[in-house]
Design a protein around this ligand. Sequence first.
Ligand SMILES: Cc1ncc(COP(=O)(O)O)c(C=O)c1O
Length: 415
Amino acid sequence: MTSTLALLGGRPVRTRPFPSWPIFDLADETRLLQALRSGRWGRLQGTEVAGFEQRFAEMHGCAHGIAVVNGTVSLRLALIAAGLRGEDEVIVPTYTFLSTASAVIEANCVPVFVDVDLHTFNIDPGAIEAAITPRTRAIIPVHFAGQPADMTAIVAIAARHGLLVLEDAAHAHGASYEGRPAGALGRVASFSFQSSKNLTSGEGGIITTNDATLAAACRSLHNCGRVPGGIWYEHHVISGNYRLGEFQGAVLNTQLHRLDTQTTTRDRNGRRLARRLEGLPGIHPQVRPASCTRHSQHLFLLRVDATTFGAPRDAVIEALQAEGIPCSGGYGYPLPDQPLFRNKAFGPYLTQVAARLDYSQVHCPNSQLICREQGLWLDQSLMLGTDADIDDIADALEKVHEQGHALVRYQRQAR
Ligand SMILES: Cc1ncc(COP(=O)(O)O)c(C=O)c1O
């Protein structure tokens, strides 16, 4: 005997909230106040951002970290610092946040889209090679949801074609691939500290690399084109002020103390939830290859196959929400279908080549299916809970599955 869906007036699986985000305590308040009272609010006067850059880079296997205002700017500056120039092509996945591709355009380069693997939600290395042309200069794999992309294959392709690998690690703080940290798996990487991210200061980002020359170029670009030893009003390359402030540095320093423990919890809970969902018809959690030695679970991703589950994804989301499980369908469509790309609304960028670009021709059936029919996202803060919290998520999905027929009937009547 299963209980009635909460959506139809039954008792919800859960009425307690999940852990909220962000998490902070007196330590954050004290450090922030110290930064305030020091009167050294800018990155070039204080020690908070400089100290954070070093610690974060080290934790992610890198000698250099350059903190910037967000994780879009970090992508753009990394491309420019690596020497990409007007209209070079950069391979990006179709299933990602806008910035992975918009940063390419704002570096005046051309994003070339490649579909993701349906099971891992990460860029499909098998499809990368076919997208390479004589103009290709870089690949930006995204470690989507915090699961490292297939870096062995990607780095090998890049080496064969002489391409830069820039990791978009916006979701992957503390994640690892074959025991090596995300952020040190390509030549350069970009992280975001925007408010939803696993490590946050409200806004912010960082570039990590082991390449000293590239690091120096990024540092100059993030600081108005200044160079070490140069005088204050001396600017060597076109750029601007993309420095992170000391208040954000102070918060990041205290938040960083929690990252390792939080990542361990998210990783453990992600494994638990995937195990609990094994065998539930029509439910396909993101497949985790053995190479993913630590998943940062910025999201817990799954696909709902309506035919075998017994109800369509959007109805499942509505039912789960009523059961007390916050969730969403994620992106509504793949990036190339965004009006920005369809209309080539690139402002001052790519003016010479826009005419020959046609993003309506991008073939990305897996991303289409995930966006329009199957994808379901649970946020990272849900992965910070207890075993009982995780079991509630699984119980709710099981309940919705068992009551699939009632859900579909309700949906039909509501139409
Ligand atoms: C995959 C991915 N890349 C890049 C970014 C950009 O980060 P930010 O919002 O800090 O600019 C995000 C942020 O949401 C993201 O999800």
